[in-house]
Design a protein. Structure first.
Length: 32
């Protein structure tokens, strides 16, 4: 649902803070 998507988007945005420009996957964000 939308809440799950929103939580994932917020988590990914928080993870990106301070990271250099580049291509990242959800595996990077989730540490998989």
């Amino acid at each position: 649902n939308r809440m799950i998507f929103a939580r994932g988007a917020v988590k990914a945005a928080a993870w990106l803070i301070g990271k250099p420009a580049g291509r990242y996957s959800m595996n990077d964000v989730l540490g998989l």
